[in-house]
Design a protein around this ligand. Structure first.
Ligand SMILES: C[S@@+](CC[C@H](N)C(=O)[O-])C[C@H]1O[C@@H](n2cnc3c(N)ncnc32)[C@H](O)[C@@H]1O
Length: 405
């Protein structure tokens, strides 16, 4: 399917492109280019930054759409919830969240953020957990390239403890522990590694070799406590909890949101996987290992396809399901990117707009109101992976705003 070309462009000021439009059978759809939210890092509630997640959006994105297109107590959903950015921001704005992701890790890291606990209770709980019991590491998965043996022993003991302890304090500890599994500063449990991606063991061996280091001992409890304090520092815990209690988190396929109530969701703010940009199974393997998640099972459902037709059908089926879940007049803000496809730049927003106009896809379900293009200077991956602009990764946030007909 070829995206339709932008039919008209207007220019503002020093040749900066500001407004275009996409022709559809419902008439022209405005495409607005602007800096809708700040490009500065870490401006929102500290809980959003409790942990990194591959291809997550900035909390400013759901914040913008939730404020504009929903009311307090409304139900705000995300079928590709990831680290739960939409659901947490919904709670911070007095809305009820409904999140879903095919990866069970999503629920494990989102639930504690919308059921936050205070630092004192966390500190007391940590004191009680025994992490220094002896372990026979030869019977365990070899993680020696990431962790010092004594650190690894503490991680394994914590994992065993968390198998049988699930109250909100334990679950918060688990979420923070997940955030500390690998990264580039002394605050992480691992030797110098990548924070957003679980890299393969062989790559970690190379990093250690290049840096001429072996993993040093990183005491686990103090690192959890420090990160937890940091994540909770912006407070408002009672407010978050009161909305969190009314929120719903499900694990499954976006095309079958069986546990989401029908005709109940006022707004969806979401970002699907973009063709084959990210491998969500491989890139979270340390987290899924820690949480004992069966990644083979997840692999059967996750959609990571390099094929545009298949991706288009997947998005269309998801929109079809969302149409069932939305209240009449409800909105979907779907963020997609510009990607390199078969040697050309493909703006996936135009692919999504076209879905709403084609009989074999979603004709008659949605009216596209606007497309927002958030201008930004750097690719989302650039800081960590030294990605050059316009070469790899995705360079802009493109959000298609649709209204249920
Ligand atoms: C771009 S990320 C979303 C990140 C999220 N917006 C955040 O801020 O963390 C896409 C998510 O889609 C999930 N996913 C992939 N295939 C799926 C499917 N068939 N159903 C539901 N979720 C799926 C992945 O596990 C991943 O978490």
């Amino acid at each position: 399917m070829n995206p339709q070309p932008l039919s008209q462009m207007t220019y503002d000021g020093a040749n900066a492109l500001r407004v275009g439009q996409i022709e559809t059978i419902h008439g022209p759809v405005p495409k607005i280019f602007d800096e809708f939210w700040t490009a500065k890092q870490r401006q929102m509630h500290s809980l959003h930054y409790a942990l990194s997640y591959r291809a997550s959006f900035k909390p400013e994105l759901p914040d913008f759409f939730i404020r504009k297109f929903s009311q307090p107590n409304d139900l705000v959903g995300d079928p590709f919830s990831g680290r739960g950015t939409t659901v947490l921001q919904a709670a911070l704005l007095g809305r009820r969240g409904v999140g879903n992701d095919v990866n069970p890790l999503s629920e494990r890291i989102t639930n504690p953020k919308i059921h936050p606990v205070n630092v004192e209770s966390l500190e007391k709980r940590l004191e009680k957990i025994a992490l220094d019991q002896p372990r026979d590491l030869s019977r365990e998965e070899d993680m020696s390239m990431f962790y010092h043996p004594d650190t690894y022993k503490e991680i394994l003991n914590l994992r065993d403890y968390l198998d049988t302890h699930h109250d909100p304090i334990d679950r918060f500890i688990e979420m923070i522990a997940i955030s500390r599994l690998h990264g580039h500063s002394p605050g992480f449990f691992s030797a110098y590694s990548f924070p957003q991606i679980s890299i393969p063991k062989s790559n970690q061996i190379k990093i250690n070799h290049t840096r001429g280091v072996e993993p040093d001992y990183r005491e686990v409890k103090s690192r959890i406590l420090k990160k937890a304090k940091n994540s909770l520092k912006d407070g408002r815990l009672d407010e978050i909890l009161s909305c969190g209690k009314k929120s719903i988190l499900t694990t499954g396929d976006s095309r079958q949101l069986t546990d989401w109530p029908d005709e109940s969701v006022n707004l969806v703010v979401t970002s699907p996987p973009f063709l084959n940009q990210v491998d969500y199974i491989l890139d979270t393997w340390i987290e899924t290992w820690f949480c004992r998640i069966d990644s083979a099972e997840m692999g059967k459902k996750i959609v990571q396809t390099p094929d545009l037709e298949e991706w288009t059908q997947f998005i269309s089926d998801t929109l079809n399901e969302l149409h069932r879940k939305l209240v009449p007049g409800g909105h979907v803000a779907m963020e997609v990117g510009d990607i390199r496809y078969q040697g050309e730049i493909l703006n996936l927003d135009e692919t999504v707009v076209n879905l709403t106009t084609m009989k074999r896809y979603n004709l008659g379900q949605f009216k596209v109101r606007e497309v927002y293009v958030q201008s930004q200077e750097f690719t989302k991956l650039s800081n960590c992976f030294r990605v050059k602009n316009n070469v790899l990764g995705t360079n802009s946030n493109r959000i298609v705003l649709m209204e249920k007909i």
